[in-house]
Design a protein around this ligand. Structure first.
Ligand SMILES: C[S@@+](CC[C@H](N)C(=O)[O-])C[C@H]1O[C@@H](n2cnc3c(N)ncnc32)[C@H](O)[C@@H]1O
Length: 334
């Protein structure tokens, strides 16, 4: 897998870590540094903008980093689709796909722009007790993937296209690095695509869910209202409505969709499901909110919240059944 890289300096094929042009990739804390690009580009003047998760880090997945992942049917299906081939997990984050897939025997190259997220991938690998010599982890920009053309059998780039102002460039890169018959394996794109449904819930559970959403909207809206009015900080979502299918249908030969059935019941409190992540600045909407401003605004909102809804409101439960999981597989044919 080390011999399919493209030198970030001269753009010729190279075998990690060195290129014949004298470039040598720095290897630091288990990560090959294959770009000098910033963690995040948000200036209005920049041609292409993106939100790397360097400032989000630990609170993105919270406790889940220290819990073993259930190797459910979803991972098994992805493993079967990839078979013996090499997978590129692009914008791999803290390894939600990389780690269980390596555990199930897949050969994976993992790339992300954020060093922090890549360090969390190692934490997840530790939790899962996988042999870290099986990890090949790189800091790289999904807008210019440091791999040669036609070299991997599959690519996953989950939940990143909405963070990039020109997601079609990333899809172009995915297509470029795939071999003939290679597969781009995609899931539901946006993180808040509703992954749960209320079928079969009691009237009380449904009423409590309604309350849960009222609380969530209150905290979210009030937090960003204060940030906007007092600090001129506004939510940036670059490609929330990006139509992946439209771009993929122009490039890829074929699309197949697999539905993985799920019916697991989820029940957790407002505190655990939302407040914990929001208070730790774990949402991409909060990526460029300075820590001191975040602290002030979050505390103010929570004071108002308690006055309005009472102290116990944080225990309001959300309940639902997981929706079926859709896996879309786009195949490249030269
Ligand atoms: C919502 S997380 C998804 C992580 C992982 N794919 C998953 O499914 O859990 C988005 C990830 O995209 C990364 N990212 C954002 N812009 C990027 C870019 N231009 N190149 C590489 N990674 C990027 C972020 O650092 C973050 O780790």
């Amino acid at each position: 897998m080390y011999d399919i890289f493209r030198c970030p300096k001269c753009h010729q094929p190279m075998s990690l870590p060195s290129c014949s042009c004298n470039y040598k990739a720095v290897y630091h804390k288990g990560v090959y540094q294959l770009t000098d690009d910033p963690y995040m580009v948000k200036d209005d003047s920049a041609e292409i903008k993106y939100i790397g998760y360097e400032n989000i880090g630990e609170n993105y997945s919270g406790d889940s980093l220290f819990k073993k992942i259930t190797m459910d049917k979803k991972y098994m299906k992805v493993r079967d689709i990839i078979g013996d081939g090499i997978l590129l997990d692009l914008a791999c984050g803290d390894g939600l796909y990389t780690v269980p897939l390596i555990k199930s025997g897949v050969k994976v190259i993992s790339m992300d722009i954020s060093d922090k997220m890549l360090s969390l991938l190692y934490k997840r690998a530790e939790t899962e007790e996988i042999d870290t010599s099986k990890l090949l982890v790189c800091r790289a920009n999904a807008l210019a993937v440091p791999l040669i053309d036609g070299c991997v059998d599959a690519v996953i780039a989950n939940s990143v296209l909405h963070l990039i102002s020109r997601p079609e460039i990333v899809i172009g890169e995915i297509y470029r690095v795939l071999k003939n018959k290679g597969k781009y394996i995609a899931f539901q794109e946006k993180p808040n695509d509703r992954y749960v449904n209320e079928n079969g819930l009691t009237t009380e559970e449904k009423a409590e869910n309604k309350k849960y959403y009222e609380l969530l909207n209150y905290v979210h809206n009030r937090y960003f209202e204060i940030l906007g009015n007092q600090y001129n900080i506004r939510v940036t979502r670059y490609s929330w409505n990006f139509d992946r299918d439209k771009i993929c249908s122009k490039l890829f030969h074929d699309k197949k969709t697999y539905t993985i059935s799920a019916n697991r019941k989820i029940a957790d409190s407002f505190q655990q499901l939302f407040l914990k992540r929001m208070s730790g600045k774990g949402f991409s909407d909060q990526s460029d909110v300075p820590q001191d401003i975040h602290q002030k605004v979050f505390h103010k909102v929570m004071d108002e919240f308690t006055d309005k809804f009472g102290q116990n409101a944080v225990n309001t439960m959300f309940t639902g059944y997981e929706n079926n999981f859709e896996i879309s597989v786009y195949t490249k044919l030269n």
